[in-house]
Design a protein around this ligand. Sequence first.
Ligand SMILES: [Mg+2]
Length: 134
Amino acid sequence: MQKNIYIDIDGVILTRGGMPALHLDKFLGYILKKYSIFWLTSRCRGDSKYTVSYLSQFLDPYTLKLITSIKPTSFQVDKTEAIDFTRRFIWLDDFIFASEKNTLVARGQLDSWIEVDLIKNPDQLFDLMSRNFA
Ligand SMILES: [Mg+2]
């Protein structure tokens, strides 16, 4: 069954100073072709129009077009509220709360979280693609 991919914005597709992450277009093209992609960010609360409009100040028109097909989610406190645990998934995030980590551990899904650290490795999106991360 096709995996879901949940994706954060700050620290994952945008790096320091709101700069788009390196290799972002290739990465988005790669995951959008293979998987169902969902926003998992405080910048999306059930409607991706706001998310796309927020990102329009940082991304060029080509990249913006790519992200319009990313599906919205919504959560109140923990991002894990928005995850469909009945399906296999990958969650790309630079930081998760202890309560979110506890939820993943309790469900035996801690491995589904990929910690993105673009400061330590600016080429991480490329590296993930090269090793077929999902
Ligand atoms: Mg973040």
